[in-house]
Design a protein. Sequence first.
Length: 694
Amino acid sequence: MSIENISVQYIKGVGEKTAQKLSHHLKIKSVKDLLYYFPREWEDRANPTKISELKPGEKTTVRGKVENVSTEWRGRYIVAFRAKISDFSGTANAVWIRRHTRSYDVLGTLKKEIIVGCDIFVTGTVSSDLWEKTVSVQEYEVITGDEKNLINANRIVPVYPLTEKFTNKFLRTIIKRSIEKYIGNFSEIIPEKYLKKYGLVDIKSAVQNIHFPETFTDRDKAKNRLAYDEFLDFQLKLEFLKQKRKYEKKEFKYTLTKKLLTPFKMNLPFELTAAQKNVINEIFDDMQSQKPMNRLLQGDVGSGKTVVALSSMLLAVESGFQAVILSPTEILAEQHFYTIQKLLKKLDIKVGFIVGQMSRKEKKAGKQKIADGTANIIIGTHALLEEDIKFKNLSLVVIDEQHRFGVEQRLKMRKKTKFKNADFLLMSATPIPRTLGLTLYGDMDISTIKELPPGRIPIKTLEMSDKNAYNFVREKIVRGEQAFIVYPLVDESEKLQLKSAIKEAEKLKNTEFKDFSVGLIYGRMKPEEKDKVMSDFAKKKYQILISTTVIESGIDITNATVMVIEHAERYGLSTLHQLRGRVGRSDKESYCILIGDAKTENAKKRLEVLTKTNDGFKIAEEDLKLRGYGEFFGTRQSGLTEFKIGDIASDWEIISSAKETANDIIRNDPDTANLLLSKSKNEFLKKDMELSEA
């Protein structure tokens, strides 16, 4: 029987109730799920530290003989179990702290296992006073037989991501039992020639050594093989989709009449950059081909992606079709609505608008215009995905900040188009590093705008204290300029010692900026309230706008020249860069002021990177290195596949090997391709295949 179909409840020590908990808390249902639940790190406990060499503050492993044991209370519910242990170099105390209830003896197991005369390994953090050294025990293992068979000490020990329902000891035990019983059920499905070509170990060795390696070299070889399998699985499907889409054809055709595009271009208050023109040509070539467009448009903050997207939408409209732009937030949708209306004010085009917070009457009228074709260009949020919204002849879907929309939403949007193979243009203001682009968007064409509009002066990024930052803001306001001040919270938090937007807005109005007009905007405000605040700020009724990160994307106030970010150490690089991009949108010199207390090396590195470069692509590379791709986009709603062990930031060679293998297998070995594809459980790409067939 396949290990995918064997429940974990049949492993010794699990049972039905524990199996339910494993499923609920760790998503482990089958033996395969368990064996593919990989460690987050590995500790070297193969060489215990001599007691005489213990150093306070270090986490270490000690081997010793138990000389005596005792119990002491440390408060009403806290009890300590203490064992004095010795080796040939000295003695130390090992202490276990437990929370005690009178009805249950939490020390029962410890008293039974740890007895005078037994040999034991203890792992924990060392402390010391004038008289003795103490190890606060996190894990232990009593030596009862062959030391070679220990799994919690005397070896390289796996450490797993956990919830409070389980311990590492328990997971190691059941994983070890599963390996011993079921490792023979694994069969090699990667052809031998690829394993030899890339120096990969067999699958049985990989599964065994990812959990219980004899050496770190064995661990690394296991990681490489399992990462290769993950990337190969993904690349096979991307290649499969790419090959499949070669034969897809549109059921409609665009006609480039320029009856809208020419006046649109003539009415623009600026000249398109060379990069914008190149990308527009790439998109137009896609749209006029018989193959459906599946393109990602990426560009740095302020590079002019909206104008490019609008040009593609106008080609659809002048050909008699509808186009839609889908935004992840209402404030970004509203910004698009106002910007696009302004750019199209001299053209006979009706722009529709649908967001969740509209009144029933407004939404009904908007839906009707979409359904009867009165609205040529439609702008909205997830509200456009509602079942009762029908389009008359939608041919082009533009998805802004595409990483915030999962595949399910893209599928729903495609099903709303009149045609089987509509055109999709996905936009991202988060520049995507090359490795990430090749891996996650290998089935898409990618256009990049790196050039900023002429006249833009690079934003200066500085770290300052509150006092200096406020003085700086006052100087700029006196000159007629405007400023943002951003806080991480809306309201005060008892748990987090952070300033909040609402409280600080009230305080600053009456102190630092009492002579100036101060506005406030945050996500929980009603759309009409946010619209009013942003409109007033744009009209210079407010000189300072205090906000949360609700203004991270899409806000374009050309007179705003200062962005102050409070508690800057709390934000990811991508968010900091997006916030910085709210200023510097004119020919005036602009500044981003970082206020914070970076205590961790990671936080210090983020702020250092931001002060040294304005290049969004360099920032994206650093962000990916610092956070890993799983958090790279700042959202878990992305629909991106979750690689369990592969690391896009560091596994470029493995990604290249997997991509090369996938190309070769798809073209030259269809039987192996079908076998590997049928074995996959990759939900992301299953759904993406549905997209191509919807």
